[in-house]
Design a protein around this ligand. Structure first.
Ligand code: DQA
Length: 142
């Protein structure tokens, strides 16, 4: 079975409480329980969240030559972290960048640039928590 990890960056531990009009009312723990159940027969699914850039880089190094896929929501780091971008480029495992909101439609212009994307397999942005499911669908194919 393919080994896939969801890595969530800063502030995503507050899903369910944080700006619910943008990010929804569901906690990631509840959503992840659903995902584990739905993908039980298709993917060996793992989860990691950190508010710290270095911890995210360490996790990418730890699993990036072993796992079959990373679904990465880097939160605000997606817009400016060249260090995480370099970590994505360094590993052999494909990365799909995801965002809950459509970052290109957000009012703050800093969200319109995503530095990870050039080193990722692709980007899914704007489908709410379903963005994660769309990425997992891609990894569960083939
Ligand atoms: C986000 C979008 C980012 O701009 C923001 O900093 C986040 C969440 C999203 O999932 O829509 O923390 O990555």
């Amino acid at each position: 079975m393919k080994k896939v990890i969801i890595i969530n960056g800063p502030n995503l531990n507050l899903l369910g409480k944080r700006e619910p009009t943008i990010y929804g009312n569901t906690t990631f723990q509840d959503f992840y329980t659903e995902l584990k159940n739905d993908y039980a027969k298709k993917l060996d699914l793992h989860y990691f969240q950190s508010n710290h850039e270095g911890a995210i880089i360490d996790k990418i190094h730890e699993i990036g030559f072993d796992y079959d896929g990373i679904v990465l929501n880097g939160g605000a780091f997606s817009h400016y972290s060249y260090a995480i971008t370099d970590a994505i480029a360094a590993i052999s495992c494909p990365v799909i960048e995801v965002h809950i909101s459509n970052v290109h439609a957000r009012t703050e212009s800093f969200r319109h640039q995503t530095v990870f994307t050039a080193k990722c397999k692709g980007i899914i942005s704007g489908f709410g928590l379903n963005s994660y499911r769309l990425a997992l669908e891609e990894f569960s194919r083939g």
